[in-house]
Design a protein around this ligand. Structure first.
Ligand code: NAP
Ligand code: G4F
Length: 344
């Protein structure tokens, strides 16, 4: 019997890589797509199978994590072996503008899945993965961050994810449900949303190089992040559900860079020499004598997470996982794909 997986958030960056990964492992994959006025399946269109095809391996269902009825109904009808909850309002800065919605999706959404598993009495059948985040460490209380580092969240997004993480742990202890929480540090790819800083930089600098854009306006260039490749990180999500016992795991590269350094590495790949002037919000980046990088307070957060650095030792020991892609390979791939899509 083929294993069945159900992915909430299948249309997102991670959802698309996880779907590819599971199909290669011979799973039948079901995914939840939310209704929108325009088509939002771009990242999985290459995997789409005709509705009427026989022996299909990918099934899409309309649903929404804020709608408890659809969540329960889909779980009841699919009865998967594994559920991956990747759905989220995942933009930290946006979570300050729509905090109630963010909590509804990211915190209560997780509870809706957990309680559906419980009330449908599927505790023994389903293993559940919850997409937790390094943002939960917030204003970090220890470096590097491990599974034992206390959480100190700094945004409505991160507070909601702490709720989801703890609720997962509670359902594991109270109802014996197999719940594994990932604590994933930033992971990027050519499929990364265009308003996250790495993609904003690769796309922005590529457009500037091609003469399609004049300036790139950013926020805090001094923040440090531990950046990996999404393709590597979905493998860790799967590995967590292949264990005998549920547990929580930090997934990271163990290396951290400033946003400014990331930008410099992208510029180098594009053979652009940037000359910096000024500091903090007054930082300016010049290319061929013209200002191409500026900072604006619009892109600063009311409370920032200045520094993140993960230690994925437990994942290495128990899951046998380690990152395959370094930051230079990640940047190469992102820039190459942006150059390709902009030249088409
Ligand atoms: P993403 O690209 O923003 O994808 C989020 C997914 O959630 C999309 O499929 C989105 O659908 C879906 N979604 C949003 N609201 C929903 C709702 N109300 N009902 C159902 N689905 C909804 O995020 P990602 O980068 O793939 O990340 C996957 C998960 O890992 C998220 O939970 C994120 O918070 C978490 N995480 C990400 C990182 C990272 O660095 N990427 C690190 C740690 C944790 P649409 O396509 O329709 O918008
Ligand atoms: O790319 P970012 O928006 O990612 P952030 O806030 O770290 O969150 C991402 O990673 C988390 C894991 O740690 C996920 F849980 C979350 O869902 C998301 O995927 O910002 C990275 C850093 C921040 O310090 C931000 O202030 O870049 C800084 N930054 C500077 N200028 C900017 C910009 N961020 C964005 N989005 N846009 C800018 O113009």
């Amino acid at each position: 019997m083929k294993k069945k997986a159900l992915i909430f958030g299948i249309t997102g960056q991670d959802g698309s890589y996880l779907t590819e990964f599971l199909l290669k492992k011979n799973y039948i994959v079901h995914g939840v797509v939310r209704r929108s006025s325009s088509i939002n399946t771009k990242r999985i269109d290459h995997l789409y199978e005709d509705f009427f095809k026989k022996n299909k391996r990918l099934y899409l269902h309309y649903g929404d994590i804020t709608d408890g009825l659809s969540v329960k109904d889909i779980i009841y009808n699919v009865k998967p072996n594994e559920i991956y909850n990747l759905s989220a309002q995942s933009h930290v800065a946006v979570s300050f503008q729509i905090p109630e919605y963010t909590a509804n999706v990211d915190a209560l959404g997780t509870l809706r899945i957990l309680d559906s598993i419980r009330s449908l009495k599927l505790e023994k059948k389903i293993k559940f993965y919850q997409a937790g985040t390094s943002e939960m460490y917030g204003d970090v209380l220890e470096t590097p961050q491990t599974e034992k580092t206390p959480f100190n969240p700094r945004s409505p997004y991160a507070v909601s994810k702490v709720f989801a993480h703890l609720m997962g742990k509670n359902y594991r202890e109270a109802y014996n449900i197999f719940v594994s929480n990932g604590i994933l540090f930033n992971h990027e790819s050519p499929r990364r949303g265009e308003t996250f800083v790495t993609r904003k930089i690769t796309l922005g600098l590529t457009k500037i190089k091609l003469g399609m854009q004049k300036k790139l306006v950013l926020g805090n260039l001094d923040a440090k992040r531990d950046w990996g490749h999404a393709k590597d990180y979905v493998e860790a999500q799967w590995l967590m559900l292949q264990q005998k016992k549920p547990d929580d795991f930090v997934i990271a590269t163990g290396k951290t860079y400033t946003v400014k350094k990331f930008l410099e590495m992208v510029a180098k790949k594009l053979r652009m020499k940037i000359v910096w002037k000024g500091k903090g919000i007054n930082t300016r980046g010049y290319y061929k004598g013209k200002i191409i990088i500026e900072c604006n307070k619009k892109y600063f957060r009311p409370s920032e997470v200045n520094f993140l650095l993960g230690k994925p030792l437990k994942a290495k020991k128990i899951l046998g996982w380690k990152p395959k892609t370094n930051i230079s390979q990640l940047i190469d791939e992102m820039v190459t794909e942006d150059l390709k899509s902009l030249s088409e």
